[in-house]
Design a protein around this ligand. Structure first.
Ligand code: IMP
Length: 191
């Protein structure tokens, strides 16, 4: 994961744009249509994982012509290749009792799968009637923990991406597209 040293530059140090704003908007409306069909006659609780999924969530819900409720959770994952168990810390918990509710987790990107695996298990433990996952981006080549993704926007290659909610050291979430960050942005600088 890149370090924060050069995260103030603008325009962003982008290697290539992977998904344009138009491509994203079209796919988000398709995902919403799918959700609307699958949850017809019900009122799902969308649980968004802060902070990366807020842009996706806000576009997604404006395409949903049906009753929905929202809640938010913020998690930090400390798992890495040297620690197979992977620890997840809850930084902000849900404000809702989810027992008996149809929950849809809204994620920005699924990488190792650790964060999501923890969250899905926790939501099931708390008695959700059902738990499905809607992720904008999937990086399957990086998976360490198996997770079921019910709705996926796009698969992306194994590279560090920014934009449309995704950050590098807190920056670039406001880009309307998804781009691969230039490796120079985080490569060690020569003296
Ligand atoms: P996981 O637990 O490894 O699946 O981590 C998922 C979280 O890591 C995402 O919700 C993001 O916050 C972050 N993440 C993983 N890959 C990227 C990336 O390419 N760009 C920005 N954030 C990422």
């Amino acid at each position: 994961m890149p370090g924060p040293d050069v995260a103030n530059s603008w325009p962003p140090p982008v290697k290539r744009i992977l998904l344009t704003a138009d491509q994203i908007q079209e796919r988000v409306s398709q995902l919403a249509a799918q959700l609307q069909r699958d949850y017809a006659g019900r009122r799902p609780l969308l649980v968004a994982v802060l902070r990366g999924s807020v842009v996706f969530l806000s576009d997604l819900i404006r395409h949903l012509n049906m009753p929905v409720c929202l809640d938010f959770v913020q998690l930090a994952s400390y798992g890495d290749s040297t620690c197979s168990s992977g620890q997840v810390e809850v930084l902000k918990d849900l404000g809702t009792d989810i027992a008996g509710q149809d929950v849809v987790v809204v994620e920005d990107i699924v990488d190792t799968g650790r964060t999501l695996a923890y969250l899905v298990e926790e939501l099931e433990r708390r008695g959700a009637a059902s738990v499905k996952v809607c992720a904008l981006l999937d990086k399957p080549s990086r998976r360490e923990v198996p997770v079921r993704l019910d709705y996926v926007g796009f698969e992306v290659p194994d590279c560090f991406v920014v934009g449309y909610g995704l950050d590098f050291a807190g920056q670039y979430r406001n880009l309307p597209y998804v781009a691969e960050l230039s490796p120079q942005a985080y490569a060690p600088q020569e003296e």
